[in-house]
Write a protein that binds this ligand. Structure first.
Ligand SMILES: NC(=O)c1ccc[n+]([C@@H]2O[C@H](COP(=O)([O-])OP(=O)(O)OC[C@H]3O[C@@H](n4cnc5c(N)ncnc54)[C@H](OP(=O)(O)O)[C@@H]3O)[C@@H](O)[C@H]2O)c1
Length: 323
């Protein structure tokens, strides 16, 4: 361990950081050690990482001093914030600022900041196709991360532009659903656009490839994607993979989707509209070839589905009726 380069991983118990910890721990001769950061070292996922050889360290993104301690002596930092825990662009930026400040204090050699594009640059300020949210954002969890890029200036940073996780279909109920007549349907405001998607686990695995490549990607923006597919294409693959006769696709308008009323419906409505209306720009900002070069095991949609078939199937079931 002593001669290995320590990568301090924020979000180690989550999708992105968890994939990176798994990549480091699965490569014992790779020259890197995993420092898994969590607010709760006692949780099962943290204990599982410790059992595999990770150094588990407690820190909180809201407490910059805890991050400085957690990054001390590390070679590199993987920085990610979790918008969906609080839904606040301001809080996300404050947490990103803390990551950058602590990485600067620790003098690390490489930082990966998990970011997204500034969707405001795709539309004129008076474009009425979608509302502004939280005062000045089109898609707050994209735009806040892009604004936060500025905190990392002057640090040896790779800006990792991620893609939509296919795992959202079972993790957040965004996948197809079966109705009480056994008919499967999928409602998304994505028209016929190809959506830049990725297996969640591949974000961390690709980040590991960036760390292994080292200085080559410092100061660079790396846009990653597993495969770009339309909803129709994904629906057909899921139907085939689950042995269903078919999945109906209801390509609703973004305005209707924003009105569905669930928490984050307006945010997701705007995000999906960006994927739909600015398909070329979103796809152009990501390279499947580079992602595969950094992560040769990159999963296609079919390979991801084969690994997650049971979870996807379970998520199609209607929620049990309230009693
Ligand atoms: N879902 C998508 O399709 C998608 C696509 C692109 C980008 N993203 C972005 O990905 C981010 C979420 O990443 P994820 O999916 O890997 O998250 P996740 O699986 O929900 O896990 C969240 C991770 O963040 C850590 N965390 C949250 N708040 C923290 C705090 N205050 N201090 C320390 N650690 C904290 C948690 O650690 P502990 O709970 O153990 O402390 C946990 O490991 C979001 O900002 C989202 O915008 C998502």
């Amino acid at each position: 361990m002593a001669d290995k380069k320590v990568i301090a991983v924020i979000g180690s118990t989550g999708t992105q950081g968890g994939g990176l910890c798994d990549a480091i721990l699965s490569d014992p001769t790779g020259g890197f050690a995993c420092r898994a950061i969590t607010r709760d070292p006692g949780k099962d996922k943290a204990k599982a990482l410790a059992a595999r050889g990770a150094e588990v360290v407690k820190a909180d993104l809201d407490d910059v001093e805890s991050l400085k301690r957690a990054f001390a002596g590390a070679y590199a930092v993987y920085g990610v914030t979790n918008f969906w825990e609080h839904f606040s662009a301001d809080k996300e930026k404050a947490q990103a600022k803390n990551i950058a400040e602590a990485a600067r204090a620790a003098g690390v050699t490489h930082v990966i900041w998990s970011t997204l594009e500034d969707t405001r640059k795709l539309m004129a300020p008076d474009d009425k196709r979608m509302p502004f949210l939280q005062g000045k954002y089109r898609v707050p969890h994209f735009d806040a991360k892009a604004e936060a890029n500025a905190y990392f200036e002057g640090l040896p940073t790779t800006y990792l532009v991620t893609s939509f996780y296919w795992d959202n279909f079972y993790l957040f109920g965004l996948g197809p659903k079966k109705d009480d007549k056994g008919v499967y349907s999928w409602t998304l405001p994505l028209g016929n656009a190809k959506v830049a998607g990725i297996a969640g686990e591949d974000i961390g695995k690709t980040a590991y490839g960036v760390f292994k490549a080292g200085a080559q990607y410092i100061g660079k923006t790396v846009g990653i994607v597993g495969q770009a597919l339309t909803v129709r294409e994904m629906a057909d693959k899921i139907a085939k993979g689950l042995g269903l006769s078919g999945i109906q696709y209801h390509a609703v308008e973004p305005d209707a989707y924003r009105g569905f009323g669930f928490p984050g419906a307006d945010e997701l409505g705007n995000m999906f509209q960006v994927y739909r209306d600015f398909e070329a720009q979103v796809l152009g900002a990501r390279s499947e070839a580079l992602t595969r070069q950094l992560n040769p095991g990159l999963l296609t949609f079919d390979a991801w589905l084969a690994k997650n078939r049971d979870k996807v199937r379970a998520s199609t079931e209607p929620a049990p009726a309230a009693t």
